[in-house]
Design a protein around this ligand. Sequence first.
Ligand code: PRP
Length: 181
Amino acid sequence: MTTADPRLDGRAVKRIAFDAERIAARVHELGEEVTARYPEGDLLVLGLLKGSFIFLGDLVRQIRRPLQVDFLVAASYGEATESSGHVRLVYDPETTLEGKHILLVEDIVDSGRTLNRLIGLLMERRPRSLDVCALLHKHVAEHLQYEVGFVGFDAPNEFLVGYGLDHAENFRHLPYIASLQ
Ligand code: PRP
């Protein structure tokens, strides 16, 4: 892909970190891993919006077992209360979580703050199990309290856009993941 991509609106990307073919191959593998690892029981795949919307759509089509899909939209309370670890759900899943296997789907784990807050909150709903599937993991989080069970790619510590990831809400629709200049 060149910087002449019309989707970029004249912006240059430094490089393509993961092209569409590589993403599709890995998402297929992740679907196989999820299919193989989950035992019997209700599986609820929870996509954290907005970043996960493309990944979730591709992933669930590679999982060969019954499941349900719902979404979460989260917002932190802001700087003043960040240290308290509070997260507010702007959209709360309609489906009950209690007694179900929950697979939380994230586009990227960066500082780990989002996961640290959300997992605690979801555990209060008493799921049968709770695991995370992240397409990208930067491995820079110093205080990540939970292990991410499914990781697509170890990601470079660069500003990444595309395949759901944005810069100021732009570039989510790129079919590849690029490092922004
Ligand atoms: C991004 C991304 C992850 C989170 C990762 O979400 O989608 O959810 O940040 O960062 P962290 O590990 O440092 O917490 P963002 O808040 O930008 O919202 P978005 O999903 O709507 O893009």
